[in-house]
Design a protein around this ligand. Structure first.
Ligand SMILES: [Zn+2]
Length: 178
């Protein structure tokens, strides 16, 4: 997972890397498991290893294909003219894969994307794009901006903004209410 976080692989490349890792493990004669003596890898284990790989790959692909956004939920109770909301990207309604926090200012028609967070195993699966499209669809009249904290994700935002029909501004204080 740590490697995936730094490598930014898409789903197909991630699957390839995972397969190569498993093949290398199964090619060993023995395997060390802490607390156990050396375990010899038998044909049966290799078959089981690949069956598990296939099952996990399928489950992952289905999760990616079925992921949808949950309804927006109001977060703060007394946040004046700039109410905060959040929604999740979830598969089959259970288990959040990641979250989006944002706030809107109706008088100025401005939306602030506060944070998008996905755990490393769900990076590069298209969920960031899904989340931002959803945000724009829910609030089509707003001009969006985000703060400068996303240095590592800047490339993603820049690419996204170019392909988006909603206006995004690089301005850091587009309205006085935030
Ligand atoms: Zn405002």
């Amino acid at each position: 997972m740590a490697e995936q976080d730094s490598e930014h692989r898409g789903p197909a490349e991630f699957a390839e890397a995972w397969k190569a890792r498993l093949a290398a493990l199964l090619a060993q004669e023995t395997v060390e498991v802490s607390g156990w003596s050396d375990i010899a890898i038998a044909e049966l284990d290799t078959d089981l290893g690949w069956s598990l790989y296939a099952a996990a790959s399928r489950a992952r692909a289905e999760t990616i294909a079925r992921a949808t956004a949950t309804p927006s939920r109001h977060r703060g109770r007394d946040d004046g003219p700039t109410p905060s909301y959040e929604f999740s990207i979830a598969a089959d309604g259970d288990g959040s894969l990641g979250r989006v926090h944002y706030a809107i200012c109706e008088p100025c028609s401005v939306g602030l994307l506060k944070k998008i967070s996905f755990s490393p195993e769900w990076h590069c699966c298209g969920f960031g794009t899904l989340a931002l499209r959803e945000l724009e669809t829910r609030h089509p009249a707003l001009t969006w901006y985000t703060t400068g904290q996303y240095t590592h994700a800047r490339g993603f935002y820049e690419r996204y903004r170019h392909g988006s029909d909603s206006p995004w501004t690089a301005q850091q204080h587009p309205c006085p209410h935030f």
